[in-house]
Design a protein around this ligand. Structure first.
Ligand code: SPV
Ligand code: MN
Length: 630
């Protein structure tokens, strides 16, 4: 059958009109091949118009993927009990030469991968409607724009995308897209009770050579929502080819005390390490993904998204007032995997004065207090990775600047004993090393988390890097080279603990660390040099604690938090070195040099001062010159 005939059999006149108006033969071919493979009963084309978005939302409710809550605009969605996070084991890159990707990436030979996914997705939409929707990665009308087309049978996925991304229908007008487009083919598979039930057949296969992602038998947004982590993997590869960076970064503006400037910062922290809450401290531009490009020697950044898919656990009036206030008033929000009791949502760590019901419906199905899972573990009221999804524009402290000049990059992890709460690198390459050696613990954002206690997660991007990790780091080093001034690079760790396991900092202390960062970038703050970077002085922090939090900050707290713990830091260097020695792609020599220099500097200060060194001991310290490469 000719292409037009196939389209006519599945599309109403109105939908066909919306498609043909684009006059895009590559797109038509893609849709025809999707129809032939997936066998949907009908096809809905969304232009992103209010009417089309309304239809998508209504259908998500009608087919049970979402249910209405009492508050106008609020809906709730559940993922299957085994489908509440990303699935690294079944997320694979399909490439002709799997060994060329290095050792850290989950790859499958391209033909075999595509055959496997085609087999799984054969006829997968039978009896269902197929949605075709268009989005843009990054702001429209800028060099950041990348057109994306999503084909899915999940109205929940399309609804989430309408909240999270800028519409891209117009970008597909015309036969040629200058630089191609990214395509996403998703099916939630068989649904039971509104959730994907063939979890054994869950696959997320990324065809790097075709710029397509296939995702089947899953609903969790990290596995399905095209323009989020699926597009991010394609974008990392495209960025490497074109000399820019696609990063797992928050973006924020910090207005100055003097009222004369806003400093734009980005931050890479693995999920569960305080990324969203950092982005909310001052003015939020984005909380998850950013693209970085250079122009005239300056780095510019843009938020890939325009919505937020945030962890809801611990969102309460004290820690996250702006978000909390939105979650309790009318507005378009999708809650996922929280407790629904009589049409009201409840989650772990919400306001203290909220009376949590003892029964309702949650990510485990009907729920009652004391309900246990198959391992005998009590099921909490909401999943640790339960989320909310909303547009950023709703948020009070949203900064709508589309493209921002980037002055600072923050890397952060989760570590009980190291490193100090905040430090600054001596230069760009030392900063790349900060990012390359991010340390965290397993999180709830991936299913089947387990394995090693310490995870080395370069740039918090390990799960998404789609090129050899060595090449990825080499690109970072290269990116900083021909700049008028490279962004200053910092490291944060909000999770230091004492010997009894108590946190050394409150959640709000990060406001002070961010303020110190802003003032360092603008040369308004002095610092001590230490073997691992510049650290704040006590007297400066004491003033910032007073001004930001009306709190005092004792010398003892400072000494304990900013202690250089030589033994722990050396241990970490060993773990980092082992991680990179095991990698089969060519890791840049600069990374190994940094490990050596750091190790040497730590051993030297240990000889002089012993293993736990007070920050006051570094008043006259001079760091190794080799750390200060520009
Ligand atoms: C993360 O875990 O980093 C997220 C959520 O941003 S996910 O969609 O799972 O990637
Ligand atoms: Mn993320």
């Amino acid at each position: 059958m000719k292409d037009e005939k196939i389209l006519e059999t599945r599309l109403t006149k109105e939908n066909l009109g919306k498609l043909l108006e684009l006059k895009n033969s590559a797109l038509n071919e893609l849709i025809v091949s999707a129809i032939l493979k997936f066998q949907p009963k009908s096809v809905f084309i969304s232009t992103g118009s209010e009417e089309d978005c309304h239809y998508i939302r209504a259908m998500a409710l009608r087919n049970g993927e979402e249910k209405p809550l009492l508050m106008p605009g609020h809906t709730i969605h559940y993922d299957g009990y085994q489908d509440q996070g990303r699935d690294p084991a079944n997320t694979k890159f399909c490439v002709s030469d799997t060994s060329a990707l290095g050792s850290g990436l989950n790859a499958i030979e391209r033909e075999a991968g595509i055959a496997e996914i085609n087999d799984i997705m054969d006829g997968i939409m039978r009896g269902r409607e197929m949605i075709v929707a268009f989005y843009s990665l990054g702001p429209l009308g800028t060099v950041f724009t990348i057109p994306c087309v999503q084909i899915t049978d999940s109205f929940y996925v399309a609804h989430s995308e309408d909240l999270l991304y800028r519409g891209g229908y117009e970008l597909f007008k015309g036969q040629q897209l200058q630089d191609g487009f990214f395509g996403f083919l998703h099916s939630a598979g068989t649904l039971a009770n509104g959730v994907s039930s063939d979890i054994d057949l869950r696959r997320i296969f990324i065809d790097l050579e075709g710029n397509f992602v296939y995702s089947a038998n899953t609903q969790y947004a990290g596995n399905t929502v095209a323009a989020k982590k699926l597009a991010h993997r394609l974008a990392i590869r495209k960025a490497a080819q074109d000399g820019w960076l696609s990063e797992h970064l928050l973006l924020m503006g910090v207005p100055s005390y003097e009222g004369d400037r806003t400093t734009y910062l980005s931050g890479a922290l693995p999920s569960w390490c305080g990324k969203t809450s950092t982005s909310m401290l001052y003015d939020i531009v984005g909380d998850d993904l950013a693209h970085l490009r250079k122009k005239d020697g300056v780095v510019y950044a843009a938020n890939v998204e325009h919505g937020m898919f945030g962890v809801i656990k611990d969102v309460n009036p004290v820690d996250d007032p702006y978000i909390y206030n939105l979650l309790i008033k009318p507005g378009e929000i999708i809650f996922s995997n929280v407790l629904d009791a009589n049409g009201r949502p409840y989650w772990q760590g919400m306001a203290e004065d909220v009376q949590i019901p003892i029964a309702g419906y949650n990510h485990s199905g009907p729920w009652w207090k004391g309900k246990k899972d198959h391992r005998g573990k009590e099921i909490p009221i909401s999943h640790d990775n339960a989320r909310f999804c909303m547009r950023l524009a709703e948020i009070q402290n949203f900064d709508a600047t589309q493209v921002v000049p980037l002055q600072g990059i923050i890397y952060g992890g989760r570590s009980a004993m190291r490193p100090v709460p905040v430090s600054q690198s001596y230069g760009w390459v030392h900063g790349v090393f900060y990012g390359a050696s991010i340390e965290s613990e397993p999180t709830a954002a991936t299913v089947g988390a387990g394995g090693p206690k310490v995870i080395i997660n370069p740039m918090a991007n390990k799960e998404f890097v789609s090129i050899p990790i060595g090449k990825y780091l080499a690109n970072h080093i290269q990116f900083g080279k021909d700049l008028k001034k490279s962004p200053d690079v910092f490291h944060v760790n909000y999770f230091l603990r004492d010997d009894e396991g108590n946190f050394l900092n409150t959640k709000m202390d990060k406001k002070v660390w961010l303020r110190w960062i802003e003032r360092r970038i603008n040369q308004k703050m002095d610092a001590y040099a230490t073997p691992t970077g510049w650290i704040p002085k006590h007297e400066d922090l004491a003033k910032l604690f007073e001004r930001e939090l009306s709190a005092s900050y004792s010398r003892e707290d400072y000494e304990q938090q900013f202690m250089t713990r030589v033994k722990q830091l050396l241990e970490k260097l060993d773990i980092v070195e082992e991680f990179f020695r095991k990698e089969t792609s060519a890791v840049p020599k600069e990374i190994f040099d940094m490990i050596e220099i750091q190790r040497g500097a730590l051993l030297e200060v240990e000889k002089k001062h012993g293993p736990d060194i007070s920050p006051f001991k570094f008043k006259d310290y001079v760091p190794p010159a080799a750390l200060a490469t520009p």
